[in-house]
Design a protein around this ligand. Structure first.
Ligand SMILES: Nc1ncnc2c1ncn2[C@@H]1O[C@H](COP(=O)(O)OP(=O)(O)OP(=O)(O)O)[C@@H](O)[C@H]1O
Ligand SMILES: [Mg+2]
Length: 269
C-alpha cells in the first residue's frame, strides 16, 4: 500500500476530464495515431478505458493491438494525439513515474531466463528499494491469488510449465499494485484446459483487486468471458467498442459480424 501512496502523493496533479462519477478514466486516448516510417500502425484512435473494468483488444494479426498497449505504457510515443493516465497526459517528464503505476506483461511474457522466478518478480521492487518484508508479504499474497506454489519461485523460467510462467509474469506485473494492468495475449500458447482454468482465475483476480485491465487476445470467447468492453480493431482503426452483446446484436459494420462468425466457425469445426 505504501508504494501506491507514495506515487499518489508524488503525482498529485489535478485530475482533468472527470467522468460521470467524478473520476477520469484509467486511460484515455485522444486522436492517437502511430506511424512507423511507411507503416501506419494506428489511425485516429479515441478510446476510454474505465477504472475497475476489463477491456479487451481484439482483431486480426497486425491490426495494432500491441502497438496500442505500448503507446499506453509510454514505450513508444504517438505520432499524433495524446494518451492520458487518470486524466493526466503522458509526457517525457512524468513518463517513468506513471509507467510504474502500470503493470505490463508483454506478448511473450518477458521473463528473464537467467533469473529465478523470485528474482524476476522482485527485480523492479528491489531496484526501487521497496521494503523487503513488505514485498515478501505481497509475493506470498499474489502466489495465493494466482495459485502458484511458492516452491516454484526458486526455479528458472525454463523449469516451469507454460501456465506457471504466465502466473509468474502476472505476479511480476501486479507486484507494485499497479492502477492499470496491461496484458498482451497472456494466455496464448497454453493448452485449452489450462487456458480455461486461467481465464476463470484471471476474472476472479481482476474482480477481487477491482483492477483496471486492458488485455489483448485473439480469442473472441475469451474476450466475451472477460471483458466489460471489447475493442475490435482492424488495420489500425477501431471498428467498434462495446459490450460483446452490442457487437453481436448491433454490429457497426459488416466486418464485426464477419469477425464474430469466423470465430464461431472455428469453434464448430
Ligand atoms: N517497430 C516497428 N517498426 C515498424 N513497423 C512496426 C513496428 N512495430 C509494429 N509494426 C507494424 O505495425 C503494425 C501493427 O503491429 P502490432 O504489433 O501492433 O500488431 P498486433 O495487432 O499486435 O499483431 P499480432 O496479433 O500479430 O500480435 C504491423 O503492421 C506491424 O508490422
Ligand atoms: Mg501483438
Amino acid at each position: 500500500m505504501a508504494a501506491r501512496l507514495e506515487t499518489e502523493v508524488l503525482d498529485s496533479a489535478p485530475r482533468k476530464e472527470a467522468g460521470p462519477e467524478g473520476l477520469a478514466p484509467a486511460i484515455e486516448l485522444i486522436g492517437v495515431s502511430k506511424r512507423y516510417d511507411s507503416v501506419v500502425a494506428l489511425t485516429s484512435i479515441d478510446l476510454k478505458f474505465e477504472r475497475g473494468k476489463t477491456s479487451v483488444l481484439i482483431g486480426p494479426s497486425g491490426c495494432g493491438k500491441s502497438t496500442l498497449l505500448r503507446l499506453i505504457n509510454g514505450l513508444i510515443q504517438p505520432t499524433t494525439g495524446k494518451v492520458l493516465f487518470e486524466g493526466q497526459a503522458l509526457t517525457p517528464t512524468n513518463l517513468l513515474q506513471l509507467r510504474r503505476r502500470m503493470g505490463y506483461v508483454i506478448q511473450e511474457g518477458g521473463l528473464f531466463p537467467h533469473l529465478t522466478a523470485r528474482d524476476n518478480v522482485l527485480l523492479l521492487a528491489r531496484h526501487l528499494r521497496r521494503p523487503e518484508e513488505e514485498m515478501r508479504a505481497r509475493l506470498a499474497e499474489l502466489c495465493g491469488l494466482t495459485r502458484l506454489p511458492e516452491t516454484a519461485l526458486a526455479r528458472f523460467p525454463v523449469e516451469l510449465s507454460g501456465g506457471q510462467r504466465q502466473r509468474v509474469s502476472l505476479i511480476r506485473a501486479l507486484m507494485l499494485q499497479p492502477e492499470v494492468l496491461l496484458l498482451d495475449e497472456p494466455l496464448a500458447a497454453l493448452d485449452p484446459m489450462v487456458r480455461a482454468t486461467l481465464q476463470t482465475e484471471l476474472k476472479a483476480i481482476f474482480q477481487q483487486l477491482h483492477q483496471s485491465v486492458i488485455m489483448v487476445t485473439h480469442e473472441l470467447s475469451e474476450a466475451a468471458f472477460l471483458a466489460d468492453q471489447i475493442v475490435l480493431l482492424r488495420q489500425g482503426r477501431v471498428v467498434q467498442a462495446g459490450a460483446f452483446g452490442d457487437l453481436r446484436d448491433h454490429p457497426a459494420e459488416g466486418f464485426v459480424s464477419e469477425f464474430i462468425n469466423a470465430q464461431r466457425r472455428m469453434i464448430l469445426q
